[in-house]
Design a protein around this ligand. Structure first.
Ligand SMILES: NC(=O)c1ccc[n+]([C@@H]2O[C@H](COP(=O)([O-])OP(=O)(O)OC[C@H]3O[C@@H](n4cnc5c(N)ncnc54)[C@H](O)[C@@H]3O)[C@@H](O)[C@H]2O)c1
Ligand SMILES: O=P(O)(O)OC[C@@H](O)[C@@H](O)[C@H](O)[C@H](O)CO
Length: 384
C-alpha cells in the first residue's frame, strides 16, 4: 500500500507517518524542505524517540521524499498510484499545496482510479472542508470532480512532537499519547478504515472543539500571556504553580462551554484539563513560546481556539474573562521571525487596535467583549 503525505515536519514524520507506517504503507513525503527530503532519500528511514519510554527508538522505514517545486510531475504520479493522501503542512499552507494535489486528483480521475481518502491532519476546524475549498479555488477541476476523485474527512490531531538531533540524524521526540480523530461518515467507505491507530467518529465536532478549544487554547493563551511575563520556554512558565493555576482557570472557562454545548460532564472536563496540563509539564521537554503561539492571525480567526470559545461563552452567558484577556495579549505578540506576527503588528500600528480587533476576530465594536479586549490590551501594554 502506498501513502503520499504532504509535509515532512514534526507531525508529518512524528505522528501521521508513524500511524501510516504501522498500518503497512510505504510513504512518499512531499515537502519543500530540500534538506529533509535529501536525508529521507539517502537513508529511506528515520527515527522517532518515545519521550515517556526513556526515549525508546522506533524506526520508520520504506520512506522517500519528493519536492513539489522541482518534481511536481513525480508527485502527481505518486498521487495517481496512492492508496491514501494525508497532509500536515499547517492549514495556512493549503493554498500552496492545492495546485499539485489538484493535478494529482485530476490525473486519478483521468486514469479511472478509485476514489481515494485525502485526510488533512492540521489544527483547524473542518480542515477537510477547507482543503476542498482550496482545491476548488485552483480552478483545475470542479468541486463535483474533486468529490468524484476523493473524500475529504475532517479530523482532529493531537500529539506532542519535537524535532531532535540524535545519532547524527534528524529525528523526532514523540509523546506516547496521541489522537487522530477522523470523520468516519465522510470516508470513501466507512467500513474500510484507512489508518490503524486513528479513531473514527461520527461526532467529530464534539472532540475537535474539545481539543482545539481546551488544549490548543490553553497552550496558545499561556504562550501569549507568558511572553508578556518574559518567558520564552513554555515549560519555564509552567514551572510556576500560580501560572499552572491561571491556565487551568482559562481552560475551565472553556470546560463550562464544552459541558453546556457537547454534554461532557464536569469531571470529564476536569480530567481532560489535568491530562493537558500534565502533558504541558512533561519533564525533560522544551517547547518555545514562539512555536506554540505561532501564526497569531490564524489563532485569532473567529472559529479558532481563542475567539471561538470566547464568543460561544458570551452567547450562553458563561464567564469568558480570561479568554478575553488572552485575545488582548495576542495583539501584543511581537515576534520578528513570525510572518503573521509582523503582519499583525503592522496592521495595529497602521489602523489602530480598535479596527484590528474587529478585522481579525470579527468581534464588533460596541459589544461588551470588544470593550473588554481593548481595556485588557491597554492594561497589558502598560505592563499591568
Ligand atoms: N507540532 C505539534 O505539536 C502539533 C500537534 C498537533 C497538530 N499539529 C498540526 O500539525 C500541522 C503540522 O505542524 P508541525 O508542527 O508538524 O509543523 P512543521 O513546521 O514541523 O511541519 C510543516 C511541514 O510542512 C512543510 N511545508 C510547508 N509548506 C509546504 C508546501 N507548500 N508543500 C509541502 N510541504 C510544505 C514544511 O517544510 C514542514 O516540513 C499543523 O497544522 C499543526 O497545527 C501540530
Ligand atoms: O500547531 P498550532 O500552531 O496550531 O498550535 C500550537 C500548539 O498548540 C500545538 O502544536 C500543540 O502542541 C499540539 O496541537 C498538541 O497536540
Amino acid at each position: 500500500m502506498k501513502a503520499v503525505h504532504f509535509g515532512a515536519g514534526k507531525i508529518g514524520r512524528g505522528f501521521i507517518a508513524d500511524l501510516l507506517h504501522d498500518t503497512g504503507y510505504e510513504i512518499v513525503f512531499v515537502d519543500v524542505n530540500e534538506k529533509v527530503n535529501e536525508e529521507l532519500n539517502k537513508y529511506h528511514n528515520y527515527y522517532l524517540y518515545v519521550i515517556e519510554e526513556d526515549y525508546r527508538r522506533k524506526e520508520i522505514d520504506k520512506v522517500s521524499a519528493l519536492s513539489p517545486i522541482t518534481e511536481e510531475d513525480k508527485v502527481v504520479e505518486a498521487i495517481v498510484e496512492a492508496d491514501v493522501v494525508t497532509t500536515a503542512v499547517l492549514a495556512d499552507n493549503f493554498p500552496k499545496i492545492a495546485g499539485t494535489l489538484a493535478k494529482g486528483l485530476k490525473a486519478r480521475l483521468e486514469a479511472g482510479k478509485d476514489r481515494i481518502n485525502v485526510i488533512p491532519c492540521e489544527n483547524a476546524l473542518f480542515n477537510g472542508d477547507l482543503l476542498l475549498k482550496e482545491l476548488v479555488n485552483t480552478g483545475i477541476a470542479s468541486e463535483e470532480d474533486f468529490l468524484k476523485a476523493a473524500a475529504f474527512p475532517n479530523t482532529a490531531v493531537d500529539r506532542m512532537v519535537f524535532g531532535t538531533d540524535k545519532d547524527g540524524r534528524d529525528g523526532i521526540d514523540i509523546g506516547k499519547d496521541h489522537e487522530l480523530a477522523v470523520e468516519v461518515n465522510k470516508l470513501v467507505d466507512p467500513e474500510k478504515l484507512p489508518i490503524d491507530g486513528a479513531e473514527y467518529t461520527d461526532n467529530l465536532q464534539k472532540f475537535l472543539e474539545r481539543k482545539l478549544y481546551t488544549i490548543n487554547c490553553g497552550h496558545a493563551w499561556s504562550g501569549y500571556i507568558g511572553k508578556l511575563m518574559g518567558y520564552e520556554i513554555i515549560q519555564d512558565y509552567f514551572a510556576v504553580p500560580e501560572n499552572i493555576e491561571m491556565t487551568r482557570e482559562v481552560m475551565r472557562e472553556v470546560a463550562a462551554l464544552m459541558v453546556a454545548k457537547h454534554g461532557f460532564t464536569e469531571k470529564d472536563m476536569e480530567d481532560y484539563i489535568t491530562f493537558a496540563l500534565n502533558r504541558f509539564c512533561t519533564p525533560g521537554i522544551k517547547d518555545t513560546i514562539t512555536r506554540i503561539s505561532r501564526a497569531p492571525i490564524r489563532k485569532l480567526a473567529p472559529n479558532d481556539r481563542l475567539v471561538g470559545p470566547t464568543v460561544q461563552c458570551e452567547e450562553r452567558g458563561l464567564k469568558n474573562t480570561l479568554l478575553l484577556r488572552g485575545i488582548a495579549a495576542t495583539f501584543l505578540f511581537d515576534v520578528k521571525e513570525d510572518e503573521q506576527s509582523v503582519e499583525l503588528m503592522k496592521y495595529v500600528e497602521e489602523h489602530g487596535i480598535e479596527d484590528a480587533v474587529t478585522h481579525f476576530t470579527g468581534i464588533e465594536s460596541g459589544t461588551r467583549m470588544f470593550d473588554e479586549i481593548i481595556k485588557d490590551y491597554n492594561e497589558l501594554k502598560e505592563g499591568k
